[in-house]
Design a protein around this ligand. Structure first.
Ligand SMILES: [Zn+2]
Length: 155
């Protein structure tokens, strides 16, 4: 298992995303290797997935901010059975709920961890954003942060 952040991972298991108007900026960011988090100009709430208005105050004054790439493992599930044929080659794999340093949570594939190692996953462990290719589509993923990607201490 390598931790080279420049490595380009090619993974299997993706149902192609349907990009609607609310998420167009988000997906354009992904295509550029940037994770853009919608941020409410009125109340400051940062949220994902992209929505037409702020989930806290319903303001439509939403602007994207670029995530710094640091996060923490909020929760996870180890997928051992392919619930769709698209995931047949991917199992077992880990889906994580990642709490971004910006405050929003995002679901992501967790890479560079052994799904069969119970010690590999620890709540609050620091994670680092990576971009990978899954079935030909550029997607975000997270991996355990290395010493060259220091994570901020918990709030
Ligand atoms: Zn708001």
């Amino acid at each position: 298992m390598t931790m080279d952040p420049m490595r380009s991972d090619a993974l299997a298991g993706l149902i192609a995303p349907v990009v609607d108007a609310d998420a167009a900026i988000f997906w354009a960011g992904v295509a550029e290797g940037r994770l853009l988090v919608p941020s409410c100009r009125d109340c400051g709430r940062r949220f994902l997935p992209p929505l037409p208005c702020c989930p806290a105050c319903r303001s439509e004054a939403i602007e994207p901010i670029e995530a710094c790439g640091r996060g923490r493992l909020y929760s996870w599930v180890i997928m051992r059975r392919a619930l769709d044929p698209a995931y047949a080659e991917a199992v077992p794999y880990v889906v994580a709920a990642v709490e971004l340093e910006e405050g929003a949570r995002i679901f992501a594939r967790l890479i560079d961890v052994d799904p069969e190692d119970p010690a590999a996953l620890v709540a609050e462990m620091p994670l680092a954003l990576r971009f990978v290719e899954i079935d030909g589509q550029r997607m975000w993923a997270f991996a355990p942060a290395t010493s060259s990607e220091p994570a901020k201490s918990p709030r």
